[in-house]
Design a protein around this ligand. Structure first.
Ligand SMILES: [Zn+2]
Ligand SMILES: [Zn+2]
Length: 240
């Protein structure tokens, strides 16, 4: 009866559209529009392959990234971009619960028992003031609750504000993020020989997580696993 009254007064709507749903999340129509990432994919960066088995993609073979493994839940396309942007800029922070639940589900076997702590990709202080929250922190916090792994949001710092990366080439992005992250010296000793789970919302070219991983490893971390909600599919690059 109470539940019925609550649903009458505060009906739950889909994370993306206005459709009413029974429990927090997406409605079935929106759910069906998501392109989930399955196997086969690159063992390191997680880029999906059209066929075959899990191998290392040509990009990772050519130059091994600083992170050891990247896992993403779904492809970043026109539809999921809408969901992510809503989460990032419109105060619809409740979406973090659904996204983190998916992120945990796809990475559970890789992270549980192996990861020492969870670190969100930080944003610059001014950006945070403007946006009021860091979407990666919200995802990391929810992930920590689900997995029981400890959450350390203060280790990694965004020292330099970088220009909006959207639409920029891989090389320009790489250049932009270089030297933009740092470590808070107070937490330096924590990193020694640790396995860290880095959390972000979207993996585009991998420039950001690669730079974060580089800094964490430079200060003693041994292994970095990255989990993001979405990932841009750069599969077409292979045929070039
Ligand atoms: Zn919907
Ligand atoms: Zn790869």
């Amino acid at each position: 009866m109470l539940r019925f009254l609550k649903d009458m007064i505060f009906p739950i709507t889909c994370c993306n559209c206005e459709e009413f749903v029974e429990s927090e999340g997406l409605c079935s129509e929106c759910w069906n529009k998501i392109r989930w990432i399955g196997d086969p994919k690159c063992r390191i960066c997680g880029v999906p392959f059209e066929f075959g088995v899990d191998l290392t993609c040509p990009m990772c073979s050519k130059r091994k990234p600083h992170f050891d493994k990247a896992i993403a839940v779904f492809e970043y396309d026109d539809f999921t971009k809408k969901v992510i942007l809503k989460f990032k800029y419109n105060d619809t922070t409740y979406i973090s619960k659904q996204l983190a639940a998916w992120m945990y589900r796809v990475s559970k076997n890789t992270v549980q028992k192996k990861v020492d702590f969870i670190v969100p990709v930080p944003i610059h202080f001014f950006k945070r003031l403007k946006r009021k929250y860091n979407q990666s922190e919200l995802l990391a916090l929810e992930f920590a609750k689900l997995s029981g792994i400890s959450y350390e949001p203060r280790i990694l710092l965004k020292k330099k504000s970088t220009p909006q990366q959207e639409g920029l080439s891989r090389n320009v992005r790489l250049k932009n993020v270089q030297g933009s992250f740092g470590i808070d010296e107070k937490y330096r000793n924590l990193l020694h020989k640790k396995t860290i789970l880095l959390i972000d919302d979207v993996l585009t070219t991998g420039a950001t997580i690669n730079e974060c991983s580089k800094i964490l490893k430079k200060h003693g971390a041994e292994k970095i696993i990255c989990v993001t909600a979405a990932r841009v599919n750069l599969q077409y690059k292979f045929s070039n």
